[in-house]
Write a protein that binds this ligand. Structure first.
Ligand code: BEZ
Length: 237
């Protein structure tokens, strides 16, 4: 950095923080965030620009999975620093002209925020100047039904997101909340779950003797969690 340059301080919500509030114009009307989503999970995600190929592939994929996310009580909200008319034109083009990996005639019905002022993007640390000063990076914020930031994932401009992973992360967090457990690497419903580390010698001993808990050592204990029970509770099926 040059001597006289002033570096802007960018804020970034942290896991456990209340989601920063804003009102915004979107392709589905005005939203008041996160208030309008109380009682639901919401994924707020940014993309660099309308009418770009990676973003187009992402929007088609996310829109095709929207019902799956809805079943898990999760709404989607997109954002870029483009204007409303650009958003509308791009979404119409996607529906009318673009075919990708068997997806076609895809209608994006979740709100896409116009953020020309970068007001929202800056609140959520979506502008990362050393990557690009005029475009948002690919940020993903998971916000829970109480409006708390529970996870965030950032990708650079060149890297399209893995939407199966976003869905897996959502279900894993919901499962952790519902059953008071943690989920190990690559967990999917039906896999064993992790019991949090024992906080006392007594608990550690009890766990080692509990026939429903499988302890490899006092600190590494798992238990079975039936896939149907997870799906029943989390997806209310
Ligand atoms: C894209 O979505 O294709 C893209 C957007 C900005 C930079 C690079 C790629």
């Amino acid at each position: 950095m040059e001597e006289n340059q002033v570096q802007e301080v960018v804020s970034l919500p942290r896991i456990g923080d209340p989601a920063p509030e804003f009102t915004a114009v979107t392709t589905q009307g005005e939203i008041n965030f996160p208030k309008d989503y109380e009682g639901k999970w919401v994924i707020l995600f940014s993309h660099p620009a309308d009418f770009t190929p990676v973003c187009t592939s992402e929007f088609m994929t996310f829109a095709s999975m929207q019902d799956q996310f809805k079943e898990a009580n999760c709404d989607l909200v997109g954002l870029s620093v483009d204007g409303l008319y650009s958003h509308i034109a791009w979404l119409r083009t996607i529906k009318e002209k673009i075919e990708y990996k068997g997806m076609k005639d895809v209608e994006v019905t979740f709100p896409l925020i116009e953020d020309i002022t970068m007001n929202v993007a800056k609140k959520y640390g979506m502008i990362q100047p050393n990557e690009d000063t005029t475009k948002a990076v690919r940020a993903v914020f998971f916000i829970d039904p109480k409006g708390i930031v529970r996870s965030m994932i950032y990708y650079p401009l060149s890297l399209g997101r893995n939407f199966d992973e976003l869905y897996r992360a959502l279900i894993a967090m919901q499962t952790a909340d519902e059953f008071g457990v943690a989920t190990p690497a690559d967990w999917r419903p039906g896999d064993d779950v992790i019991i949090g580390p024992a906080g006392s010698c007594g608990t550690a001993k009890d766990r080692m003797e509990d026939s429903e808990i499988d302890c490899k050592d006092w600190f590494f204990c798992t238990k079975k969690l039936d896939k149907d029970l997870v799906l029943d509770k989390v997806l209310k099926k």
